[in-house]
Design a protein around this ligand. Structure first.
Ligand code: DHB
Length: 486
C-alpha cells in the first residue's frame, strides 16, 4: 500500500508539475527512487487500457521488474506489475484505492518449466485472462516470472532445479512487501494463483510463509529482507505432495491398466502392474499417519486394502460435484454407476467412476523408473539433469541418484502446514477437475483437509466434467477473492 506520506509527496509533485515548476516528461513519479536495486522505480511504466463487456480500466504496467538484487536469470526472476491509473492519482477504482487494493499474484509456471512474467492477452476485448479480470475488479496485479527445471547458464549448469521456482516466488512476495509503502496495493492482501505445477507453487507459497528453511536460497539471490507470507492461495489442480503422489495415484487407479495421455498411451506391463500394487499398498500407512479429520472430528483412515472413511470422504466430494452439475441442469442419467433419487445424487460406485475418468499415467506416475517424468527433471541438480525423489523408485531402478530429502521437503506444502515458525495463508481456494487424472484426487483432498484441520478457511471443490486446467471460472474466482477481502 502507499502511505499518506507518499500520497502527500505525490500531490506536491503533481502541483509542481501542473504549475510547470518541474519537468515531468508526461510520467508522474511517486518520488521514490534510490540506489538500492530493490527499490521500486515508479518512473518506468507504460499506460494501457482494456475493455470487457462494457467495463473498462486504464492502468499502468511496469514490465520486467527484477525482484532480486543478485539474479541468476533476470529474464525469469522479474515481474510485471499492473495497477489502475486512479491509484496514482489518489482516487478509487471500484471498491478499492491504492491503500486497500488486494494484490493478485498469478504465476505462469506449467510443468515445473520456467515461467515468464504474466501479461494481458493482446486482443483483450476478445479474450480475458485472470490478470485482465483482476484489473477490471480494481485489484493490483503482480505477475511474477520464476525459474524452472530446464534452465541452464552459459556454462551448461542447470539453474532452475528445485527449489528455484518456489524461492523465486517468495523473493517476488518479499519485493512487494519491501516496497509496500511506495507501490499501490496492500501487501497484506497478496492472493497467489496458479495452475498445475503453478497450482502446486501457489499452495507451497501459501503453506510455507516465512519458514527459515528457504532462507539460504533467498539470501543467495539477494531477495529483499521482508516477510514472504501471503494472505490467500488459489490453487488449480495442484501437482503437489510429489513424494507421495505415486502411492496416491495407484490407490486411485490400480486395476486400470490402460493409460492414455498426450505423452503417449499403452497398457501397463506385468512389472508395472506389480509396481502399481506395491505403491497402492504404501498409501494407507501414509494417509493414516496424517491423522486427518473431517468436519466434526471423525478420523479419515484407510485399511490395508485402501478402503475406509478417507475413500468415503473423497467420494463425498465427487457426489457433491455431480449434485451441483445435476442441479445446474446437466443430464447425468446415462451414468449407470451413479444413483439419483428425485434430483438428488445419493451414491456413486467410486471404482466405476475412476474407470470412467480413465488412467493417464503409467506406474510410477511421478518418480518414473526411467527418470523421464517432469518431476525427475525438477529434482535434478546443477550438474545432474534427472533424479529420483522417492526411495521406492530409486530402489526399483538401476543405479540412479536420489534427490536430497531436504530439497524434496522444500517442494511439499504438506510438511509445513501448521508447523511452528511458519505463517500459513488464511484463505484457500482449491479446484481440481473431477476427471483430471494428472494426479490422484487424494492429493487435493489431503491438502484441503490438512489446511482445514489447521484452521485455514478452505473453499474446495472438484468441478464436474473438468479435466486438467485452471482459470476456467474467473467470475467465481474473483467472487471468492472479493469475499475474503471484504
Ligand atoms: C503438470 C502436469 C503434470 O501431469 C505433471 O506431472 C506436472 C506438471 C502441469 O501441467 O504443470
Amino acid at each position: 500500500m502507499l502511505t499518506t506520506i507518499s500520497h502527500t509527496w505525490f500531490t506536491v509533485l503533481q502541483i509542481l508539475c501542473i504549475s510547470g515548476i518541474l519537468l515531468c516528461a508526461g510520467q508522474m513519479s511517486y518520488g521514490v527512487t534510490g540506489g538500492d536495486k530493490l527499490e521500486f522505480n515508479a518512473d518506468q511504466f507504460i499506460e494501457e487500457g482494456m475493455g470487457w463487456r462494457g467495463q473498462s480500466v486504464k492502468f499502468r504496467v511496469y514490465h520486467n521488474i527484477v525482484y532480486v538484487s543478485n539474479p541468476v536469470d533476470a529474464e525469469y526472476q522479474c515481474m510485471n506489475f499492473f495497477a489502475p491509473v486512479e491509484y496514482f492519482e489518489g482516487k478509487s477504482y471500484g471498491p478499492y484505492n491504492a491503500e486497500t487494493a488486494p494484490i493478485f499474484f498469478p504465476n505462469t509456471v506449467g510443468g515445473y518449466m520456467p515461467g515468464k512474467p504474466g501479461n494481458i492477452p493482446k486482443d483483450s476485448s476478445e479474450r480475458i485472462n485472470a490478470i485482465g479480470m483482476a484489473l477490471l475488479k480494481g485489484y493490483v496485479v503482480a505477475a511474477p516470472g520464476a525459474r524452472g527445471r530446464s534452465l541452464k547458464d552459459q556454462n551448461g549448469q542447470f539453474t532452475g532445479k528445485a527449489p528455484a521456482c518456489i524461492v523465486d516466488l517468495k523473493a517476488a512476495v518479499r519485493y512487494l512487501r519491501y516496497n509496500d509503502k511506495v507501490m499501490p496495493g496492500d501487501a497484506g492482501k497478496i492472493i497467489s494463483n496458479g495452475t498445475s505445477a503453478g497450482g502446486a507453487l501457489s499452495a507451497l507459497l501459501g503453506a510455507t510463509g516465512d519458514n527459515m528453511n528457504y532462507e539460504p536460497y533467498l539470501t543467495a539471490i539477494g531477495a529483499a529482507s521482508a516477510r514472504d507470507d501471503i494472505f490467500a492461495a488459489s490453487c488449480y489442480c495442484p501437482i503437489t505432495n510429489l513424494d507421495h503422489a505415486d502411492a496416491a495415484y495407484e490407490w486411485q487407479f490400480h486395476g486400470l491398466n490402460n493409460y492414455n495421455s498426450w505423452m503417449g498411451k499403452g497398457v501397463l506391463n506385468a512389472e508395472q502392474i506389480e509396481i502399481s500394487a506395491q505403491l497402492k499398498a504404501l498409501f494407507p500407512a501414509y494417509l493414516n499417519s496424517l491423522r486427518l479429520k473431517k468436519a466434526g472430528g471423525t478420523l479419515l483412515m484407510l485399511d490395508a486394502d485402501g478402503e475406509g472413511s478417507f475413500k468415503e470422504y473423497v467420494k463425498s466430494f465427487v457426489i457433491a460435484s455431480a449434485q451441483k452439475a445435476l442441479s445446474d441442469g446437466e443430464d447425468l442419467s446415462g451414468l449407470d454407476w451413479m444413483t439419483i433419487n428425485d434430483g438428488t445424487v445419493t451414491d456413486i460406485d467410486f471404482d466405476a467412476f475412476v474407470a470412467y475418468a480413465t488412467r493417464m499415467k503409467p506406474a510410477p506416475a511421478f518418480d518414473a523408473l526411467d527418470l523421464r517424468s517432469p518431476e525427475n527433471n525438477l529434482f535434478g541438480t546443477a550438474t545432474i539433469d534427472n533424479q529420483h525423489f522417492t526411495l521406492f523408485s530409486q530402489e526399483h531402478s538401476a543405479d540412479h541418484t536420489l534427490a536430497d530429502p531436504a530439497t524434496v521437503m522444500l517442494m511439499n506444502p504438506m510438511y509445513y502446514i501448521g508447523t511452528p515458525g511458519t505463517a500459513m495463508a488464511r484463505h484457500w481456494r482449491i479446484r481440481h477437475g473431477a476427471v483430471d487424472r494428472d494426479t490422484s484426487l487424494a492429493i487435493p483432498v489431503m491438502l484441503a483437509a490438512k489446511l482445514r484441520n489447521n484452521g485455514a478457511d478452505v473453499d474446495f471443490a472438484l468441478p464436474w466434467g473438468q479435466d486438467h486446467g485452471g482459470d476456467y471460472d474467473l467470475e467465481e474466482l474473483f467472487a471468492w477473492t472479493d469475499q475474503i477481502c471484504r
